[in-house]
Design a protein around this ligand. Structure first.
Ligand SMILES: [Zn+2]
Length: 292
């Protein structure tokens, strides 16, 4: 039976018998088994291919370019081809790229799921990571916390595994998620400046360098930069991580005031103050931050 999807394809395509595919000589990836039941489908899928055991619905576009292009984004696979390339050739190219495509699609899905799981709903009871610990938002309209807007309480009596920190936010229970988020962000940015300054002052003498200025950034996953004149820029969202990770980034940027590249001499410099930097560096890459 033909699916409505197949009919749709036929509108774009001259109906031609599809030759049976030669058996794939490569062993199937374990990954294929994991994704086989659901497959992948781009929301604008207008063609599909079976890659290994995986059904992939992809968005196919005719474009002005010289070669067939493949892009895997959060929505799925997009294939673009010049107008003069026959569809059979596009199918062949997709088959040849199948391992790359299914790997990329799996990675994109996993990333999407992790980001979704880390998404925060900004209301009373929301939690967010601060210095590697979960902090619970408590809307507390009785307090204005005038200059700060929010205040952190820690409860040493809390049970293991239960967040022991609460951030009391001076907003009514009717506050919009955006308002709650803004107050928490402003609070986190103040903490970031305080903590980073303290850690810069801690490591600079040990490395024999002088930092001159600290600015906060929020640039994606660029955690920090250093300039020859001693100006340091650090991503305020580092305060989500535990202190050891922050220390690694601070030491990394300060070490650039000695060695301006990532040569072995640079990493030796980092290791003099943060010996387990490799492990900490890995954590920065592995742990997804909540989308802000
Ligand atoms: Zn660097």
């Amino acid at each position: 039976m033909r699916s409505p999807f197949q009919l749709l394809l036929d509108l774009f395509d001259e109906p031609k018998p599809v030759p049976p595919l030669p058996p794939d000589p490569r062993p199937a990836l374990a990954l294929d088994d994991a994704v086989a039941p659901q497959g992948f489908r781009h929301p604008q899928a207008n063609r599909e291919a079976v890659l290994g055991k995986v059904l992939v619905g992809y968005h196919f576009r005719r474009v002005k370019r010289r070669t067939i292009g493949f892009v895997v984004g959060p929505e799925g696979l997009t294939v673009s081809a010049p107008r003069w390339v026959p569809l059979a050739e596009v199918d062949d190219a997709v088959k040849k790229k199948s391992r790359w495509i299914t790997n990329k699609l799996s990675q994109a899905r996993e990333r999407g799921e992790r980001i979704e799981a880390a998404r925060i709903e900004w209301r009373d009871g929301a939690s967010f990571p601060f210095l590697g610990e979960d902090v619970i938002v408590v809307l507390d309209p009785r307090h204005a916390f005038s200059e700060a807007g929010a205040m952190l309480n820690t409860d040493a009596q809390a049970l293991p595994g239960v967040p022991r920190c609460t951030l009391h936010v001076g907003l009514p229970h009717t506050a919009q998620p955006q308002q709650v988020r803004d107050v928490v962000q402003a609070w986190l940015m103040r903490q970031a400046r305080r903590i980073f300054t303290e850690r810069l002052d801690h490591f600079a003498p040990q490395l024999g360098v002088r930092w001159t200025r600290l600015s906060l950034s929020s640039a994606g996953t660029l955690w920090g930069t250093a300039q020859r004149n001693g100006a340091i820029r650090l991503n305020w969202r580092l305060v989500h991580f535990r202190m050891a990770v922050i220390d690694y980034v601070v030491a990394h940027e300060l070490s650039h005031l000695r060695v301006m590249d990532h040569s072995p001499r640079f990493w030796e410099t980092v290791a003099t103050v943060v010996p387990d930097y490799e492990h900490l560096r890995g954590q920065l890459k592995d742990e997804p931050l909540p989308p802000w």
